[in-house]
Design a protein around this ligand. Structure first.
Ligand SMILES: Nc1ncnc2c1ncn2[C@@H]1O[C@H](COP(=O)(O)OP(=O)(O)OP(=O)(O)O)[C@@H](O)[C@H]1O
Ligand SMILES: [Mg+2]
Length: 424
C-alpha cells in the first residue's frame, strides 16, 4: 500500500473529482481511471468496458503502464490477437461482482494469464501480483479494471484492493453520468426535431386556413352582391315573407364575410414576421378610442388612458390587439348610461402591465376558459354582434410578444383584461 502522504490524499481527491466531472464519454472515464490508478500505485493498469449490455464481452478501453511506449505495444498486440486470457478473469468478476486478487503470480500462472504473443513483453516486465476489480453501475458490472504489480517485494494486499474498488465505483458513477447525459442529449435532440416538425405542421395548417379563407371571400361577396342586385331589381314584386328571407340571406353572407376577414387576420398574426420598434401604447389606445367615439358620436363614454414611455413592440399587431380589446369594451358597455373605459398601465423593469377595464355587461367567470378560443362567445349574437375571433387574435399577438393575457368579470358589472408584456 502506498504511504498515506498528504500528496497521495490530494491525488486521490483530484482523481475522484475528475471522475465526477467526466461526462464526455465512457472511454474518457476509462482513460482517467486507468491513468489515475496506474500513476497512484506505479502499476500497470487497464480498463475494459462492456459496450453491449446483452453480451459479457469486454473491450480494452484504456491502458496505462509506467514504462513509456509499453501501453501502445500491448494495445497493438491486443488488437491483432484474441484477448489475453488474463482478461478472462475480468469475465469472472462479471459474474461474481467482486474483485479477484492473486497476491503472488507464479511463473506458471503468468504463462496462463498471457498467451504467446504477450509473453516476451511479460518476461521483460514481469507482473508479480494481479488484481481485477469490477466497474459497477448500480448493481450491474459494466467493465473491469486490472492492476498488475511490477514490484516483486510489494504484493497487492486486500486493503489496496478494497481501495481500488472504491475508485472503480466512483468511475461507475461517472459512467452512469455519461449515460444520463447521453439520454438527455438524445431526448433533447428528439424534442427539437418534434418541435420543428410541429412548427412546420402548424405553418402548413395556417397556410391552408389562410388559403381557404381567401378563396371563400370571393364567392361570399358575390352572394351578398348578387342578392342586393336581385333585391333592387325584383324586390318590389316580392311578398313581405320573401323580402324577409332575402334580408336574412344578406345578413348571413355579411356575417360570413366578417368571419372570413377575421380568420384571415388571425392567421396573419402567426404568418407575418414580428418587427419590434418603440411604440407609444398609450397614444395607440387614445387614437382607437377617439375613432370609436367618431363612429358613434351620440354615445357618452368616459375614458382614461395612463401615459407610458415608448415600448418595443410590433406596432401593427399591437394596434390590432388594442383595437379588439377596446372594440369589445365599447360594444359591451353599449347599454350603459354612464359607460366607462379605462386603460391602466404600470411600467416596470420587467415590462408593462396593462389593464383594460370597462363597466359593461361583463361575463360569467364559469366560462372564462373559453374567452381566447376562436369562435367561442359568451353572449348571444342577438344581444351583441361579433364573430368570436377577436380575443383569440389578441391572445396570439400577446404570446408572440412573449406575454400573457387573462380576463376577469362579474355579470352586469363590467370586465377587466390584464395584459403582461415583457421587455424584449
Ligand atoms: N369587455 C367585455 N365584456 C364582456 N364580455 C366580453 C368582453 N370582451 C369579450 N367578452 C366576451 O368574450 C367573447 C369573445 O370575445 P371576442 O372579442 O373574441 O369575440 P366577439 O367580440 O364576440 O367577436 P369579434 O371576433 O368580432 O371580436 C365575447 O363574445 C364576449 O362574450
Ligand atoms: Mg371582439
Amino acid at each position: 500500500m502506498p504511504r498515506w502522504t498528504a500528496e497521495l490524499v490530494t491525488k486521490l481527491a483530484q482523481l475522484s473529482g475528475q471522475l465526477a466531472l467526466s461526462v464526455e464519454n465512457a472511454d474518457s472515464v476509462a482513460e482517467q481511471l486507468a491513468r489515475g490508478v496506474g500513476e497512484l500505485f506505479g502499476d500497470c493498469c487497464t480498463v475494459l468496458l462492456r459496450d453491449d449490455p446483452a453480451s459479457t464481452r469486454m473491450r480494452l478501453s484504456s491502458m496505462w503502464h509506467p514504462v513509456p511506449g509499453l501501453a501502445k505495444a500491448v494495445r497493438e498486440i491486443y488488437e491483432m490477437q484474441a484477448p489475453p486470457s488474463s482478461y478472462d478473469l475480468a469475465g469472472r468478476v462479471l459474474s461474481v461482482n467482486e474483485f479477484v486478487l492473486i497476491p503472488e503470480v507464479s511463473s506458471g500462472e503468468l504463462d496462463r494469464l498471457f498467451p504467446e504473443a504477450f509473453r516476451e513483453l511479460a518476461a521483460a516486465h514481469p507482473i508479480y501480483s494481479w488484481l481485477v476489480v469490477p466497474v459497477r453501475v448500480g448493481d450491474r458490472v459494466e467493465g473491469a479494471l486490472t492492476l498488475g504489480r511490477l514490484r516483486p517485494d510489494e504484493p497487492i494486499d486486500a486493503e489496496e484492493a478494497a481501495f481500488v474498488q472504491t475508485l472503480a465505483d466512483h468511475a461507475g458513477l461517472a459512467l452512469c453520468n455519461v449515460r444520463l447525459q447521453r439520454h438527455e442529449r438524445q431526448a433533447r435532440a428528439e424534442a427539437e426535431t418534434r418541435t420543428a416538425e410541429l412548427a412546420t405542421a402548424c405553418q402548413e395548417l395556417e397556410a391552408f386556413s389562410y388559403a381557404v379563407a381567401h378563396d371563400l371571400r370571393g364567392p361570399t361577396r358575390t352572394i351578398e352582391g348578387l342578392t342586393e342586385v336581385f333585391l333592387a331589381d325584383h324586390g318590389h314584386g316580392l311578398p313581405e315573407e320573401g323580402l324577409d328571407l332575402i334580408g336574412r340571406i344578406v345578413a348571413s353572407s355579411r356575417h360570413m364575410a366578417a368571419v372570413i376577414d377575421d380568420l384571415m387576420k388571425l392567421s396573419g398574426v402567426s404568418r407575418r414576421e414580428l418587427t419590434r420598434r418603440p411604440v407609444r401604447l398609450s397614444d395607440l389606445a387614445r387614437a382607437i378610442l377617439s375613432e370609436l367615439q367618431l363612429k358613434e358620436p351620440d354615445r357618452v363614454v368616459s375614458t382614461r388612458v395612463d401615459a407610458c414611455a415608448p415600448f418595443d413592440a410590433d406596432a401593427g399587431l399591437m394596434h390590432l390587439a388594442f383595437e379588439n380589446l377596446l372594440n369589445n369594451a365599447w360594444k359591451f358597455t353599449r347599454g350603459r348610461e354612464h359607460a366607462m373605459i379605462d386603460v391602466l398601465i404600470h411600467e416596470s423593469e420587467v415590462g408593462l402591465e396593462l389593464e383594460f377595464r370597462d363597466n359593461g355587461a361583463g361575463f360569467d367567470m364559469a366560462y372564462a376558459a373559453k374567452l381566447f378560443t376562436p369562435f367561442e362567445r359568451l353572449h348571444r349574437r342577438s344581444e351583441f354582434e361579433g364573430t368570436g375571433i377577436g380575443l383569440a387574435t389578441v391572445d396570439r399577438i400577446v404570446r408572440r410578444h412573449g406575454g400573457s393575457i387573462r380576463g376577469e368579470a362579474v355579470v352586469g358589472h363590467g370586465a377587466r383584461f390584464f395584459m403582461a408584456l415583457p421587455r424584449a
